[in-house]
Design a protein around this ligand. Structure first.
Ligand code: DQA
Length: 148
């Protein structure tokens, strides 16, 4: 059985492709999912790719991952900068967790420089667009192999 990686996407990421393309590019979330599925197959991983605009739904999915997944990749979008609830849910997960952002949040408005969920993440990748998701899969795969 391949290990399952839950890839979570937060609010407004369903609008990728048309949402501020000068910041987020022109790829849709479906394009990003296709990239992740392809890379995961090559790494021998299985991917469960989801998006929600609702904080509580994301919390529920993170809780479920304790039973259903072996790693989490999360782009919490705006909740990155506000959500102690997501941080607490991630802290309860004993598995590799990688935080991803399409844009370089440190080059942007100061309110985006703070990530609440960073404390729960093994690492953060930002500013590399959708490549960041693929690199996060590589990181999860390596951590699962090394048992970290
Ligand atoms: C984002 C950065 C966040 O600040 C923003 O609220 C998003 C997307 C990114 O992927 O660059 O919605 O997480």
């Amino acid at each position: 059985m391949p290990s399952t990686v839950l890839i979570l996407n937060g609010p407004n990421l369903n609008m990728l492709g048309t949402r501020e393309p000068e910041i987020y590019g022109t790829e849709t979330l479906a394009d990003i999912e296709a990239r992740c599925q392809r890379r995961a197959r090559n790494l021998g991983l299985s991917v469960d790719f989801r998006q929600s605009n609702i904080e509580g739904e994301l919390v529920g999915w993170i809780q479920d991952a304790r039973q259903s997944a072996q790693g989490i990749i999360i782009n919490a979008a705006a909740y990155t900068h506000t959500s102690v609830a997501l941080l607490d849910a991630l802290n309860a997960c004993d598995m590799p967790i990688i935080e991803v952002h399409l844009s370089n949040i440190h080059q942007r408005e100061s309110f985006r420089h703070k990530s609440y969920i960073a404390r729960a993440a093994d690492g953060m990748i930002c500013g590399l667009g959708s490549l960041g998701y693929e690199l996060a899969l590589e990181a999860v795969a390596e951590r699962l192999v090394k048992g970290k």
